[in-house]
Ligand binder design. Sequence first.
Ligand code: ZN
Length: 200
Amino acid sequence: MSDEHDHDEHDHAEHDHGENDHDRQAEAEQRARRQIALSQVRQYGDPVLRMRADEVTSFDEDLARLSERMIAVMHDADGVGLAATQVGILRRLFVFHDEDEDRVIVNPVLAAAGGAPETDEEGCLSLGPVRMPVERQLEVTVEGVDLQGAPLRLELEGMPARVVQHELDHLDGRLIIDRTDPESRREAMAQLRPRLVLTR
Ligand SMILES: [Zn+2]
């Protein structure tokens, strides 16, 4: 899932010369890193995004390395969550950022969901800049295992609860365009189609 920042906003900010050259250089580097990270994220139209990921059965070095790579991509791309399917790996795990902590959950299942459903805008690292309203329940319990295969149970509220449901959907090949209202879906599709033409 993508973050809410508008990355072009600061392009219009006025800069003095001198110390702000550093800021400008840092921004340019950050933008370049983001582009590199996004180039590793499968984009809408890629069939892998529509496939169901398989249960993880071996908790080895490969799995640890995959999760490290996913965390790095998530951060560099300014995301708050990333599912393995988004980097082309059909295994059931995702990473997400919760209160300054990076979390990994393997073979996750939604054990409980409650609270009044709330609609809010969501973006996705696989859908470019397109955002759309999605209704979610914002009190959830997710169960799974950690990278060593030990049981893990997370009780989440608010934003992390939303992120986790978004990433769980990815593992079943479901995207936010399947969850939004018909009008928002039409608008999103109109934005996504021309991009597809340009990238082919
Ligand atoms: Zn997503």
